[in-house]
Design a protein around this ligand. Structure first.
Ligand code: SAM
Length: 495
């Protein structure tokens, strides 16, 4: 029987080049949720789609990969170099490395080791006679034909693998990775970084297709993209048996992601028509909603109906949850007032009373629910209704040039543990804020006086309108200039 070496192993974690600002936050949330000991050799950063870590076992890698949607794959690192020829030298040296541990070479100006040799026992343990294997080539920012990939694979013929090559389900998959930078307009001849190692696990990229909104039964205008919903559930550290709430649930996309990780899910929303799937269909060409379209229908579609508790029509500003009820996580995307109104029940008129006879058929009027009121209510609610140590994950819209971390919503019971930006346009962005409950029993906080500074809706529309007006004026000027030129030419032709 093979025993695992006692040393910590070194792994290369390779990410998708998407939602870059969320990589570290998602990874850290998963690591702390699963209580996995990790040492960073190279941290994830914006310029590179990878990080290098040390962990005690392959099992730790598999656990992280079973959750992360931003992780593409992870390999046990056998060799790393800054050039292809150096990689082969390093890999051959790894085959002779009997120190029993990873050997890092000289460091570059950024303090990063440009070589890396693994202990030879690791390679040998993957090479017994009968083990089938294959080598795969992955390149970042450069495309190679199959023929070119095969010739790269052949350069590894010195590896002591004697078992048969098997392309489908081999015992061992080896991965050769070349990194050509992140700028598709400036791709170098030779890669900046090259890696070789044993494939351990793939992340959850497939889930993006499985949960894709394109194939989902019931969607609305503001349904959350599948990948971002999964990232939110990861950052909220949702786990089996948790009870999770989305108080602005809409079409329930965040419930889908939370239920996928085993949570029991609740939702509430002010929009009766949305919760009853009676809003106008979102899909182009669809005239009426089908009977199958509902949040419950979505849960059924993904096999998580047993996790669905229910949704209630309710105004969050006047919510009706019991004061002692606790949730394990709150994940939500409140309205920004751009694609849907920000409203709550109320009336502008003072001293308004409703007569008894109108009570039964009364449809309450609504007033503006300002963003700062929404976030103040949300943080106060989380401070009361979250279990200790658990998380609120919510989006926060803002005008990019005015962003200041100090003006994000805050509450003494909640610690901001992650804050990642998704750029929406040149002007606007939204940030995914992750708060952890660190204190109990703090009374409702009054409205933060700073919070109103981010009056996103007004600024979004004002700036948007200015830009549109400017574009229109510019176009009119261009047309006028064109006509003037044309007139000039015609006059010249006539003379
Ligand atoms: C951005 S959408 C949420 C979309 C949702 N995440 C989804 O995937 O469909 C915001 C939701 O907040 C709801 N909403 C607006 N004002 C509300 C209020 N006062 N109380 C509760 N829900 C409200 C809207 O009806 C809308 O469905």
């Amino acid at each position: 029987m093979q025993t695992e070496p006692k040393m910590w192993k070194r792994y290369l974690m390779w990410f998708a080049h998407e939602h870059i600002d969320f990589r570290h936050a998602e990874m850290q949330s998963i690591i702390s949720l699963l209580n996995i000991p990790v040492r960073y050799v190279e941290k994830p950063c914006v310029q590179k789609p990878y990080c290098i870590v040390e962990m005690p076992s392959e099992d730790c890698v598999r656990k992280i990969a079973s959750r992360s949607v931003l992780l593409k794959n992870c390999i046990e690192l056998w060799a790393r170099a800054k050039t292809v020829s150096q990689l082969h030298v390093n890999l051959k040296n790894s085959l002779k490395n009997s120190t029993g541990s990873w050997v890092a070479g000289e460091k570059d100006n950024n303090g990063i080791s440009n070589t890396c040799l693994c202990p030879k026992e690791l390679i040998e343990s993957s090479c017994p006679l009968k083990k089938s294997f294959k080598i795969e080539v992955e390149t970042f920012c450069k495309h190679y034909s199959m023929k070119e990939k095969v010739s790269k694979i052949e350069t590894f013929s010195y590896l002591p693998f004697e078992g048969p090559v098997k392309l489908k389900n081999p015992d061992v998959t080896l991965l050769y990775l070349e990194f050509y930078g992140v700028d598709p307009n400036d791709v170098p001849e030779e890669p900046y970084d090259v890696f070789f190692g044993k494939w351990i696990a793939d992340g959850q990229r497939d889930l993006i297709q499985v949960h894709s909104l394109k194939k989902r039964q019931f969607i609305g205008n503001t349904s959350m993209d599948a990948q971002l919903a999964i990232i939110m559930a990861n950052q909220a550290q949702v786990k089996l048996g948790d009870m999770v709430l989305d108080p602005f649930v809409g079409s329930g996309s965040l419930l889908v992601a939370a239920a996928h990780f085993g949570a029991y899910v609740w939702g509430s929303d002010i929009d009766y028509m949305m919760l009853h799937a009676r809003t106008r269909p979102t899909r182009v060409g669809q005239k009426i909603r089908t009977k199958e379209e509902s949040i419950r229908g979505n849960m059924r579609q993904y096999g998580t109906e047993s996790r669905y508790l229910d949704v209630v029509v309710s105004d969050f500003s006047l919510h009706n949850w019991r004061s002692d009820l606790k949730f394990d996580a709150i994940i939500t995307d409140p309205p920004y007032g751009v694609r849907e109104p920000t409203e709550k029940i109320g009336i502008e008129r003072e001293n308004y009373t409703l007569s008894e006879e109108h009570m039964a058929n009364h449809v309450p009027s609504k007033v503006e629910y300002g963003l700062h009121h929404i976030y103040s209510d949300l943080l106060n609610f989380a401070a009361t209704h979250l279990e200790m140590g658990r998380r609120l994950v919510c989006w926060y819209p803002l005008v990019r040039e005015e962003y200041q971390e100090s003006q994000l919503p805050s509450h003494p019971c909640l610690k901001l543990v992650a804050n990642s930006e998704q750029v929406l346009s040149k002007l606007a962005a939204r940030r995914l804020l992750t708060y952890e409950k660190i204190l109990d029993d703090v009374p409702n906080m009054p409205l933060d006086p700073n919070a109103g500074v981010h009056n996103f809706r007004e600024k979004y529309f004002t700036m948007g309108e200015t830009t549109r007006r400017e574009r229109k004026e510019k176009r009119a000027e261009e047309v006028a200039a064109y006509l003037a030129r044309k007139l000039e030419t015609t006059r010249y032709d006539l003379t």
